[in-house]
Design a protein around this ligand. Sequence first.
Ligand code: SF4
Ligand code: MSK
Length: 652
Amino acid sequence: MAEKCLTVCSASESMIAKAEQEGVSTAFSRSQEIKPCPFGVSGTCCRNCAMGPCRLTFKGEVTEEEQELGSKRGVCGATVGTISARNFARMIAAGASAHSDHGREVAQTFLAAAKKEIPGYDIKDEVKLRTIAGVLDISTDNKDKYQIAREVGEVLIKEFGKQEGELAFVKRAPEKRQRIWAEHGITPRGIDREVVETMHRTSIGVDQDYRNILLHGSRNALADGWGGSMIATELQDIMFGTPIPLRSKVNLGVLKEDEVNIIVHGHEPLLSEMIVVASRDPELLDLAKKVGAKGINLAGICCTANEILMRQGVPIAGNFLQQELAILTGAVEAMVVDVQCVMQSLPSVAKCYHTEIITTAEKARMSGTSHFEFHPHHALEVSKDIVRRAIKNFPKRKSVNIPKEEMDLVAGFSHETVNYMLGGSFRSSYRPLNDNIINGRIRGVAGVVGCNNPKVPHDKIHTEVVKELIANDVLVLQTGCSAIACAKEGLLIPEAALKYAGPGLREVCETVGIPPVLHCGSCVDNSRLLIAATEMVKEGGLGNDISDLPVVGCAPEWMSEKAIAIGQYFVASGVYVVFGVTFPVTGSKGVSDFLFEEHDKITGGKWAFEPDPHKMAALMLDRINKARKALGIDKPQERVLYDMEMRRELKF
Ligand code: SF4
Ligand code: MSK
């Protein structure tokens, strides 16, 4: 029997082989040992009360009527549709909570920075601050940036506990979209309120209509995308700077044999931004030299990596499934973790080498680690203590085996940057993007995002889907671990357009000087994609709503509940979203039909499930082609490249 392909990343492959040789358990080996529960996979198991757990199975072809009206039910009478919808909604609530709690931490730190209470943090992007103040109807006349930031921070913190009305950023969406949400009663009111209501509705004996549960799931997800996540992104940009394109490197080869290697891992940039500062401190660099190291090398894993890559150019060591593998190199002095996507196995892997795992968040502690509690009031001191500890660990190294693989990438494509790059410095605008979509040079835009999952070959599905999309002239926007996967494959450099892109997309990329795949940030930065889609609508010529655009999304190797929350807020915002690996409602015919078909009629967006990367790309292309046909832009049009004179003539 052919051996199962675990990864298409050769650096990871060599570390997986090393783990096997040295008897170290990793997610790759554990995934092969553990047989997933079939009820859990298809969403038909309920453990919401002590009369259960209740697991429902149906043999052979079963209709929705048989499932929903038959006698096979949980002890309380719950049907498989109710159980499956409740499970799905709870995944949304958990994912939205993670992003939104991140947003809350950022908002609190932002307010403290605005009050000048926390040295080291400042208000860096005043232009964006004023834009957001405008969105919130806060007057900026005769106010300095700190006063404006204070008012912005106070308004946005209240979004979490808001009880009535609607979230402030909802009005950034196209007007038609806002009307659709209002019509179906899914406009989010308050971030925390929607999560609490999901938990209430899905407890025993409350909401028992799967459509109603799932509609509230949409409202909860929208509170994430247009609420918690968007607050996190916007305030991080204002505090730390809105990303602009920069070059860096990616993969395990960024670790250095002769330097102290510190990896930051997790999601929030609040501490890692300060660790960047500490790692450049001359006193600490001297200390590193004293223990025989040539310097201090900082690298990232997962979304903390994406955050400090986008703003500081810090290289990325790897994505989600590479966190254990990085330690296996024997070259990591400290892995500093904050929240989310941190494997509990890290301390046991670290025990085999000299790596110290350092937790920093009060809400995310692990046994077998050191804890350096982070608080913005003393962030720089904590960061320096962490760097000192890493330096102290350098002489404890045993054998070091760093894979050579590393790849260049360009990152930093915030919505503002895309606007500037495509429109030019003279007149920032999405007009050239829209025009290139209308004339067919760019067929459409795809957001390809999300995690790794050891159930499928690591990075394979991401890279194959993306290659197929760009070959068909689809511009790809990326976040999260998917962006890291494609960066390792060399898809995030301008030269990739020559090698992989179709002729139309290649021409645009060459003219503008961008890669065909744009790195837009971390998981919370999926909110940037909502704003980009909205700007395309507002620019004109591509319909009146996000659902009219030839825009699609996918998460080819998803694993986290956060991915479900993201997927649902895109579907509720009018986007067609395809997920790979597995889909957690397939045990219920009614819920599957609702999410995969009926949802289109409600929000103009729907889900699809397809694990094969080529079929996944085909589904996305088909949806894009249908959108183009509906817009009347499916026939080839004369291709016009805008020169500066023509740009000046554009009407705004
Ligand atoms: Fe079973 Fe109903 Fe309790 Fe769920 S809520 S465990 S279906 S009895
Ligand atoms: S880190 S949520 S594995 S993308 Fe955002 Fe990666 Fe998924 Fe975590």
